[in-house]
Design a protein around this ligand. Structure first.
Ligand code: ATP
Ligand code: ZN
Length: 293
Protein backbone atom coordinates (compact mmCIF):
# COMPACT_ATOMS: atom_id res chain seq x y z
CA UNK A 1 0.00 0.00 0.00
CA UNK A 2 1.25 3.49 -0.80
CA UNK A 3 1.96 5.78 2.11
CA UNK A 4 -0.85 8.29 2.43
CA UNK A 5 0.18 11.92 2.44
CA UNK A 6 -1.11 14.61 4.77
CA UNK A 7 -2.13 17.84 3.02
CA UNK A 8 -1.89 21.24 4.69
CA UNK A 9 -3.36 24.37 3.07
CA UNK A 10 -1.58 27.66 3.80
CA UNK A 11 -1.76 31.17 2.37
CA UNK A 12 0.31 31.53 -0.79
CA UNK A 13 1.07 35.25 -0.60
CA UNK A 14 0.17 37.71 2.12
CA UNK A 15 0.49 38.39 5.79
CA UNK A 16 0.37 34.76 6.94
CA UNK A 17 2.39 33.13 4.15
CA UNK A 18 5.96 33.43 5.42
CA UNK A 19 5.12 32.81 9.09
CA UNK A 20 3.20 29.66 8.14
CA UNK A 21 6.23 28.27 6.29
CA UNK A 22 8.51 29.23 9.21
CA UNK A 23 6.26 27.38 11.65
CA UNK A 24 6.30 24.24 9.51
CA UNK A 25 10.10 24.38 9.26
CA UNK A 26 10.53 25.13 12.97
CA UNK A 27 8.51 21.96 13.62
CA UNK A 28 11.29 20.04 11.89
CA UNK A 29 9.70 19.49 8.46
CA UNK A 30 12.15 20.07 5.61
CA UNK A 31 10.43 21.93 2.79
CA UNK A 32 11.18 21.38 -0.84
CA UNK A 33 10.26 24.90 -1.91
CA UNK A 34 11.24 24.65 -5.55
CA UNK A 35 8.91 21.78 -6.39
CA UNK A 36 5.98 23.73 -7.82
CA UNK A 37 4.24 27.03 -7.33
CA UNK A 38 1.06 25.47 -5.97
CA UNK A 39 2.51 22.72 -3.80
CA UNK A 40 5.65 22.34 -1.68
CA UNK A 41 6.50 18.85 -0.51
CA UNK A 42 8.13 17.88 2.78
CA UNK A 43 11.30 15.78 2.35
CA UNK A 44 11.38 14.02 5.70
CA UNK A 45 7.67 13.21 6.22
CA UNK A 46 4.75 12.30 3.91
CA UNK A 47 3.32 15.82 3.92
CA UNK A 48 2.39 18.23 1.11
CA UNK A 49 1.69 21.93 1.46
CA UNK A 50 -0.97 23.51 -0.78
CA UNK A 51 -0.37 27.24 -1.28
CA UNK A 52 -3.69 28.99 -1.95
CA UNK A 53 -5.77 32.17 -1.34
CA UNK A 54 -6.53 32.41 2.37
CA UNK A 55 -10.26 32.74 1.69
CA UNK A 56 -10.24 29.29 0.03
CA UNK A 57 -8.54 27.50 2.94
CA UNK A 58 -11.75 26.71 4.89
CA UNK A 59 -13.32 25.27 1.72
CA UNK A 60 -10.23 23.14 1.01
CA UNK A 61 -10.29 21.71 4.52
CA UNK A 62 -14.08 21.29 4.69
CA UNK A 63 -14.03 19.36 1.39
CA UNK A 64 -11.16 17.12 2.47
CA UNK A 65 -8.87 18.39 -0.32
CA UNK A 66 -6.61 19.45 2.56
CA UNK A 67 -6.54 17.75 5.97
CA UNK A 68 -5.31 20.79 7.90
CA UNK A 69 -5.14 24.51 7.21
CA UNK A 70 -3.47 27.61 8.61
CA UNK A 71 -5.76 30.62 8.39
CA UNK A 72 -6.89 33.70 10.29
CA UNK A 73 -9.65 33.04 12.82
CA UNK A 74 -11.45 35.97 11.18
CA UNK A 75 -11.81 33.97 7.94
CA UNK A 76 -13.15 30.93 9.80
CA UNK A 77 -15.50 33.00 11.94
CA UNK A 78 -16.92 34.82 8.91
CA UNK A 79 -17.64 31.47 7.31
CA UNK A 80 -19.19 29.96 10.42
CA UNK A 81 -21.34 33.06 10.97
CA UNK A 82 -22.76 32.42 7.49
CA UNK A 83 -24.88 29.67 5.97
CA UNK A 84 -22.11 27.19 5.01
CA UNK A 85 -20.21 27.25 8.29
CA UNK A 86 -20.24 23.56 9.26
CA UNK A 87 -17.54 20.94 9.40
CA UNK A 88 -14.42 22.78 10.63
CA UNK A 89 -12.66 22.70 13.97
CA UNK A 90 -10.04 25.15 15.32
CA UNK A 91 -7.23 23.00 16.72
CA UNK A 92 -4.89 25.62 18.18
CA UNK A 93 -3.83 29.25 18.11
CA UNK A 94 -0.52 29.84 16.40
CA UNK A 95 0.66 33.10 17.97
CA UNK A 96 1.06 35.20 14.81
CA UNK A 97 -1.18 37.26 12.50
CA UNK A 98 -2.82 38.97 15.45
CA UNK A 99 -5.46 41.56 14.56
CA UNK A 100 -8.96 42.73 15.54
CA UNK A 101 -12.09 43.07 13.46
CA UNK A 102 -13.22 46.60 14.32
CA UNK A 103 -15.87 49.08 13.47
CA UNK A 104 -14.08 52.31 12.58
CA UNK A 105 -15.53 55.77 12.22
CA UNK A 106 -14.32 59.09 10.80
CA UNK A 107 -12.25 60.90 13.44
CA UNK A 108 -15.01 63.44 14.22
CA UNK A 109 -17.72 60.77 14.74
CA UNK A 110 -19.10 60.70 18.27
CA UNK A 111 -19.46 57.10 19.36
CA UNK A 112 -21.32 56.37 22.57
CA UNK A 113 -21.89 52.62 22.24
CA UNK A 114 -23.52 50.45 19.55
CA UNK A 115 -26.73 52.53 19.57
CA UNK A 116 -24.72 55.28 17.82
CA UNK A 117 -24.65 52.99 14.78
CA UNK A 118 -28.42 53.13 14.24
CA UNK A 119 -29.22 54.29 10.71
CA UNK A 120 -25.54 54.23 9.61
CA UNK A 121 -24.18 52.60 6.46
CA UNK A 122 -21.19 50.35 7.28
CA UNK A 123 -18.89 49.03 4.54
CA UNK A 124 -17.20 45.66 5.11
CA UNK A 125 -15.88 42.44 3.62
CA UNK A 126 -17.12 40.69 6.81
CA UNK A 127 -20.88 40.94 6.22
CA UNK A 128 -21.77 37.81 8.25
CA UNK A 129 -19.82 38.79 11.38
CA UNK A 130 -21.00 42.40 11.18
CA UNK A 131 -24.60 41.34 10.68
CA UNK A 132 -24.40 39.02 13.69
CA UNK A 133 -22.90 41.80 15.83
CA UNK A 134 -25.58 44.32 14.81
CA UNK A 135 -28.32 41.78 15.54
CA UNK A 136 -26.84 40.98 18.98
CA UNK A 137 -26.69 44.67 19.82
CA UNK A 138 -30.17 45.35 18.45
CA UNK A 139 -28.83 47.94 16.01
CA UNK A 140 -30.54 48.76 12.70
CA UNK A 141 -27.71 49.70 10.32
CA UNK A 142 -27.17 49.10 6.61
CA UNK A 143 -24.33 46.79 5.58
CA UNK A 144 -22.50 47.78 2.39
CA UNK A 145 -20.68 44.63 1.21
CA UNK A 146 -17.28 45.20 -0.45
CA UNK A 147 -14.50 42.95 -1.75
CA UNK A 148 -11.53 45.00 -0.50
CA UNK A 149 -10.12 48.53 0.07
CA UNK A 150 -12.89 49.12 2.57
CA UNK A 151 -11.03 52.00 4.24
CA UNK A 152 -11.75 54.35 1.32
CA UNK A 153 -15.54 53.89 1.51
CA UNK A 154 -16.27 56.81 3.87
CA UNK A 155 -14.22 59.26 1.78
CA UNK A 156 -16.09 58.12 -1.34
CA UNK A 157 -19.43 58.57 0.52
CA UNK A 158 -20.18 54.91 -0.10
CA UNK A 159 -20.63 54.40 3.65
CA UNK A 160 -20.47 56.32 6.95
CA UNK A 161 -18.31 53.79 8.77
CA UNK A 162 -16.36 50.65 8.04
CA UNK A 163 -15.86 47.28 9.68
CA UNK A 164 -12.38 45.91 8.92
CA UNK A 165 -9.27 44.21 10.30
CA UNK A 166 -6.91 46.40 12.31
CA UNK A 167 -3.47 45.58 13.68
CA UNK A 168 -1.47 48.77 14.24
CA UNK A 169 -4.22 51.19 13.23
CA UNK A 170 -1.88 53.01 10.82
CA UNK A 171 -4.07 52.31 7.77
CA UNK A 172 -7.13 53.65 9.56
CA UNK A 173 -5.28 56.75 10.70
CA UNK A 174 -4.00 57.42 7.19
CA UNK A 175 -7.63 57.43 6.06
CA UNK A 176 -8.91 59.70 8.83
CA UNK A 177 -10.59 56.83 10.71
CA UNK A 178 -10.46 55.55 14.32
CA UNK A 179 -11.60 52.21 15.76
CA UNK A 180 -14.71 52.55 17.95
CA UNK A 181 -15.72 48.92 18.65
CA UNK A 182 -14.10 45.47 18.43
CA UNK A 183 -16.17 42.63 17.01
CA UNK A 184 -13.57 39.83 17.03
CA UNK A 185 -10.00 39.23 18.28
CA UNK A 186 -8.10 37.19 15.70
CA UNK A 187 -4.82 35.42 15.05
CA UNK A 188 -3.65 32.61 12.78
CA UNK A 189 -5.07 29.24 13.82
CA UNK A 190 -4.63 25.62 12.78
CA UNK A 191 -7.91 24.23 11.47
CA UNK A 192 -8.97 20.70 10.61
CA UNK A 193 -12.12 19.07 9.36
CA UNK A 194 -14.46 17.70 12.00
CA UNK A 195 -14.54 14.24 10.36
CA UNK A 196 -11.80 11.62 10.97
CA UNK A 197 -8.82 11.29 8.62
CA UNK A 198 -8.22 7.54 8.98
CA UNK A 199 -5.58 6.03 11.29
CA UNK A 200 -2.48 6.75 9.19
CA UNK A 201 -3.18 10.44 8.53
CA UNK A 202 -4.57 10.88 12.03
CA UNK A 203 -1.18 9.75 13.42
CA UNK A 204 0.69 12.15 11.15
CA UNK A 205 -1.66 14.98 12.11
CA UNK A 206 -1.26 14.24 15.83
CA UNK A 207 2.50 14.34 15.53
CA UNK A 208 2.39 17.61 13.58
CA UNK A 209 0.01 19.17 16.10
CA UNK A 210 2.18 18.21 19.07
CA UNK A 211 5.27 19.63 17.30
CA UNK A 212 3.37 22.85 16.52
CA UNK A 213 2.35 23.08 20.18
CA UNK A 214 6.00 22.75 21.14
CA UNK A 215 7.11 25.48 18.75
CA UNK A 216 4.35 27.89 19.80
CA UNK A 217 4.93 27.20 23.52
CA UNK A 218 8.68 27.68 23.27
CA UNK A 219 8.31 31.06 21.54
CA UNK A 220 8.61 33.58 24.34
CA UNK A 221 9.21 30.88 26.96
CA UNK A 222 12.45 31.15 28.95
CA UNK A 223 14.49 28.86 31.16
CA UNK A 224 15.43 30.75 34.33
CA UNK A 225 18.19 29.64 36.74
CA UNK A 226 19.42 31.26 39.95
CA UNK A 227 20.83 30.63 43.39
CA UNK A 228 18.62 31.80 46.21
CA UNK A 229 18.10 31.64 49.97
CA UNK A 230 15.87 28.65 50.80
CA UNK A 231 13.63 31.00 52.79
CA UNK A 232 12.90 33.10 49.66
CA UNK A 233 11.41 30.19 47.67
CA UNK A 234 7.72 31.12 48.14
CA UNK A 235 8.39 34.72 47.09
CA UNK A 236 10.44 33.57 44.07
CA UNK A 237 7.68 31.18 42.95
CA UNK A 238 5.23 34.07 43.07
CA UNK A 239 7.48 36.36 41.00
CA UNK A 240 8.36 33.97 38.14
CA UNK A 241 5.85 34.62 35.33
CA UNK A 242 3.87 31.59 34.15
CA UNK A 243 6.17 29.04 35.81
CA UNK A 244 4.87 25.74 37.20
CA UNK A 245 6.57 24.31 40.28
CA UNK A 246 10.25 25.25 39.97
CA UNK A 247 12.98 22.63 40.40
CA UNK A 248 14.92 23.18 43.64
CA UNK A 249 18.39 21.62 44.07
CA UNK A 250 20.72 21.75 47.01
CA UNK A 251 24.13 23.39 46.66
CA UNK A 252 27.21 21.48 47.89
CA UNK A 253 28.22 22.68 51.35
CA UNK A 254 25.35 25.20 51.68
CA UNK A 255 22.25 24.56 53.78
CA UNK A 256 20.75 28.03 53.52
CA UNK A 257 21.07 28.40 49.70
CA UNK A 258 19.53 26.39 46.85
CA UNK A 259 19.63 26.40 43.04
CA UNK A 260 16.26 27.18 41.46
CA UNK A 261 15.40 26.28 37.84
CA UNK A 262 12.07 27.11 36.18
CA UNK A 263 10.47 27.29 32.73
CA UNK A 264 8.61 30.58 32.41
CA UNK A 265 5.82 30.62 29.80
CA UNK A 266 5.73 34.39 29.63
CA UNK A 267 8.31 37.05 28.86
CA UNK A 268 10.88 37.68 31.58
CA UNK A 269 11.50 41.42 31.90
CA UNK A 270 14.28 43.32 33.68
CA UNK A 271 11.72 44.23 36.34
CA UNK A 272 11.24 40.52 37.04
CA UNK A 273 15.00 40.05 37.46
CA UNK A 274 15.19 43.03 39.81
CA UNK A 275 12.34 41.62 41.89
CA UNK A 276 14.14 38.26 42.05
CA UNK A 277 17.36 39.95 43.10
CA UNK A 278 15.51 41.78 45.88
CA UNK A 279 14.57 38.41 47.42
CA UNK A 280 18.29 37.64 47.76
CA UNK A 281 18.66 35.61 44.53
CA UNK A 282 22.05 35.76 42.75
CA UNK A 283 23.67 34.44 39.56
CA UNK A 284 20.35 34.80 37.73
CA UNK A 285 20.46 33.41 34.17
CA UNK A 286 17.68 33.63 31.56
CA UNK A 287 18.06 31.22 28.62
CA UNK A 288 16.07 30.81 25.41
CA UNK A 289 14.36 27.49 24.85
CA UNK A 290 14.85 25.90 21.46
CA UNK A 291 12.34 23.05 21.62
CA UNK A 292 9.69 22.01 24.11
CA UNK A 293 7.25 19.10 24.17
P1 ATP B 1 -5.26 36.45 -0.18
O1 ATP B 1 -4.57 36.89 -1.42
O2 ATP B 1 -4.68 35.16 0.32
O3 ATP B 1 -6.75 36.43 -0.28
P2 ATP B 1 -5.70 38.67 1.66
O4 ATP B 1 -5.37 39.96 1.02
O5 ATP B 1 -7.12 38.28 1.83
O6 ATP B 1 -4.85 37.52 0.94
P3 ATP B 1 -3.93 39.36 3.89
O7 ATP B 1 -4.09 40.84 3.84
O8 ATP B 1 -2.62 38.77 3.49
O9 ATP B 1 -5.12 38.59 3.13
O10 ATP B 1 -4.28 38.91 5.37
C1 ATP B 1 -4.28 37.57 5.74
C2 ATP B 1 -4.70 37.47 7.19
O11 ATP B 1 -3.75 38.15 8.00
C3 ATP B 1 -6.01 38.10 7.58
O12 ATP B 1 -7.12 37.27 7.26
C4 ATP B 1 -5.84 38.27 9.08
O13 ATP B 1 -6.14 37.05 9.75
C5 ATP B 1 -4.35 38.54 9.24
N1 ATP B 1 -4.04 39.97 9.55
C6 ATP B 1 -3.23 40.38 10.54
N2 ATP B 1 -3.16 41.74 10.60
C7 ATP B 1 -3.92 42.19 9.62
C8 ATP B 1 -4.25 43.51 9.15
N3 ATP B 1 -3.79 44.62 9.73
N4 ATP B 1 -5.06 43.62 8.08
C9 ATP B 1 -5.52 42.50 7.46
N5 ATP B 1 -5.25 41.25 7.88
C10 ATP B 1 -4.48 41.07 8.94
ZN1 ZN C 1 -8.07 36.82 1.21
Amino acid sequence: MNTQRLHIAIQKNGRLAERSLELIEAAGYRLNRGASDLAYSVDNAPIDIWRVRDDDIPTFVANGVADLGIVGRNVLAERSAGADGEGLREVMQLGFGRCRLCIAAPVGFEYAGPASLNGARIATTYANLLSRFLKQEGVAAEIVPMRGAVEVAPRLKLADLICDLVSTGATLEANGLKPVATILESEAVLVRSARGLGPELERLADSLISRFRGVVASQGAKYVMMNAPRSALPRIAAILPGAGAPTVMSLAGRDDEVAVHAVCQESVFWETLEALKATGASSILVLSIEKMM
